[in-house]
Design a protein around this ligand. Structure first.
Ligand SMILES: NCc1[nH]cc(CCC(=O)O)c1CC(=O)O
Length: 310
């Protein structure tokens, strides 16, 4: 086959996004040593807004829209995103070409003094702008205070070290990819904090009907990750939880059975609906939709209707 000689990967310009794009570039080069790969940085709406929590901005795909436009107009061939930034639905003409093996999917706490969550003093200030994280933490510890935080990883680490926050919450995957895993005080298991849909996974997005890319991408896909993420995203799409609302869904495989767990919670953590559904790998999309229906019926609908976000 006469493979295209140069491929252009589009990505955001953050340190993490560039690490991820280079990671995918290296994997492709390993399998296709004659292919030249360029990386093109594309600024997204999410990158421009640095002064307010993204939940206040609303809208789907704040970190992906401009990159998808570049895919559609042919200026790039592949896009590398964090899966958890992807809205439930993709634009016409684009598809998820590959889902590589997932990194650690869990959330972690970094505390200034090395204290554990259960030992934080009353009123301890925890930094996160994620409604999903805030609501689940408040559910576990109604006595703590949540304060919004933005900025890149270094900024956030400084803010916890300076004492502005007792602790901050981040995704293990991002920290570990950037070589900052040693900063982690504590991992939160999914029994305490259900991860975001797609957390820890990458999304390689491409145009439909691009046989060169399809051949390349088939070498990068990781079946167990695709199965779990497919279930999580089916849940997301069914619940219309585009991005910044307090919903979570996480799939794991145990003995060829997929366990999908989802949460919908109120911002203050007082109401929290958590359900688990079991599926075969083949049924996972259908079961993800069924899980959404279950969570909505059990009170999720009422919680989402009461939310005050656009
Ligand atoms: N919220 C932004 C974001 N999008 C993807 C990651 C990295 C982890 C991942 O790939 O899931 C992060 C950082 C974080 O949540 O701490």
């Amino acid at each position: 086959m006469n493979m295209k000689s140069t491929i252009c990967i589009g990505t955001r310009g953050s340190t993490l996004a560039l690490w991820q794009a280079n990671h995918v570039k290296n994997s492709i080069e390993k399998n296709f040593p004659d292919t030249r790969i360029d990386i093109k940085i594309i600024k997204t709406t999410g990158d421009r807004i640095t002064d307010r929590p993204l939940a206040m901005v609303g809208g789907k795909g704040l970190f992906v829209k401009e990159i998808e436009a570049a895919l559609l107009d042919g200026s790039i061939d592949l896009a590398v995103h964090s899966m958890k930034d992807m809205p439930g639905e993709l634009p016409q003409g684009l598809m998820i070409g590959a889902i590589p093996e997932r990194a650690n999917p869990f959330d972690v706490l970094i505390s200034a003094q090395g204290a554990f969550f259960k030992d934080y003093p009353r009123g301890a200030v925890i930094g996160t702008s994620s409604l999903r994280r805030a609501s689940q933490l408040k559910h576990l510890r109604p006595d703590i205070e949540i304060k919004s935080i933005r900025g890149n990883l270094d900024t956030r680490l400084k803010k916890v070290k300076s004492g502005e926050y007792a602790a901050i919450v981040l995704a293990a995957a991002g920290l570990e990819r950037l070589g900052q895993g040693s900063e982690i005080t504590e991992y939160l298991a999914e029994t305490d904090m259900v991860p975001a849909v797609g957390q820890g996974a990458l999304c390689i997005e491409t145009r439909e009907n691009d046989p060169d890319m399809a051949e390349i991408l088939s070498t990068l896909d990781h079946d167990p990750t695709r199965i779990c993420v497919t279930g999580e995203r089916a849940f997301l799409k069914a619940i219309e939880g585009s991005c910044h609302i307090p919903v979570a869904c996480f799939g794991k495989i145990l003995d060829n059975r997929v366990m999908l767990t989802a949460v919908v919670a109120s911002e203050d953590g007082e109401s929290l609906i958590k359900e688990t559904i079991e599926s075969t790998p083949e049924q996972v999309a259908e079961k993800g939709r069924e899980l959404a229906k279950l969570v909505l019926e059990k009170g999720g609908q009422r919680i989402l209707e009461a939310l005050n976000i656009p």
